[in-house]
Design a protein around this ligand. Structure first.
Ligand code: ATP
Ligand code: MG
Length: 258
């Protein structure tokens, strides 16, 4: 990894970038994953590289849904495996949701490498190696495990592509997406969209799970009832717009001749 000084103003963002590059170096992240990360960084800049109030509520609702699910699954792609393997393992244990490797640019080698990477981080079992069921899509994301994503009722998909998200929703599943772009097809299609960096989102969700595990199913259902995905996405766009407005206003104040 490059030597980034801890007091660098963009330390967290640069370290995230380093982890993705390392993921490519060790063969768990695809080169396309670097481009996806770049798009994410741009939106992260726009939301102020912080968890907004609406994103935090979406994270809370997501944990509630995972806790209440009969057969929840955490889908893991090459970027998530590089960025948040420890948090994925922790969340998986806390909410009782197995991990399943699912890749757009799928190869048996990369699936095996990600499974062993997650196991090194403490996962006891990781699905995705069997690939014995299909979603009707024409890319690698279609290949799933019959006792995993195929039969799941709630699926967490960090960094999803829009068409598989749509397919999972069409199959009647509750889909929780983590996507910094509130305008992507994934964000618009998911049941719950967390507009936050996957690094912050997973960290928050692990913390929330400790707290929410203590609630009764009735209390958990009441939290879920409050949720509206369209409202969450509008709030994310509003946060971005307000941030940009502040920049414009600041520059107008500086240039005010009176
Ligand atoms: P869609 O089909 O949903 O419109 P897309 O083509 O916009 O997808 P992809 O390239 O499929 O996007 O996936 C990248 C998505 O993941 C982008 O929307 C990007 O903002 C998001 N993303 C990338 N890195 C992160 C990250 N670290 N945390 C959260 N979201 C991220
Ligand atoms: Mg997307």
């Amino acid at each position: 990894m490059s030597d980034i000084p801890k007091d660098h103003p963009r330390y967290a963002s640069l370290m995230t970038r380093e982890r993705i590059v390392e993921g490519v170096d060790i063969g768990i992240t695809s080169q396309q994953g670097l481009v996806a990360q770049g798009r994410g960084e741009c939106f992260d800049y726009l939301v102020g590289e912080r968890t907004t109030t609406s994103a935090f509520f979406a994270e809370k609702v997501a944990v509630c849904m995972l806790l209440l699910a009969e057969y929840p699954i955490l889908s893991v792609n090459g970027n998530a495996a590089a960025l948040v393997p420890e948090s994925l393992v922790e969340l998986s244990e806390m909410v009782g949701a197995p991990l399943e490797v699912n890749l757009f640019h799928r190869s048996d080698e990369r699936v095996a490498r990600i499974i062993s990477h997650l196991k090194q981080k403490g996962a006891s079992e990781v699905l995705g190696g069997k690939g014995d069921a299909r979603l009707s899509l024409d890319h690698g994301r279609a290949i799933v495990d019959s006792d995993g994503i195929y039969k799941a009722d709630v699926v967490l998909v960090p960094l999803e592509d829009g068409d598989r998200c749509q397919k999972l929703v069409d199959m009647g599943k509750t889909v929780i997406a983590i996507d910094l772009n509130p305008m992507s097809r994934t964000s618009r299609t998911a049941s719950v969209t967390i507009v936050d960096n996957v690094v912050r989102a997973l960290g928050n969700m692990v913390g929330l799970a400790t707290e929410l595990k203590e609630l009764t199913p009735f209390e958990i259902k009441n939290i879920i009832k409050e949720y509206d995905n369209e409202r969450t996405l509008s709030e994310a766009v509003r946060e971005i717009r307000d941030g940009l407005d502040t920049i414009i206003m600041d520059s107008e104040v500086r240039h005010d001749p009176y």
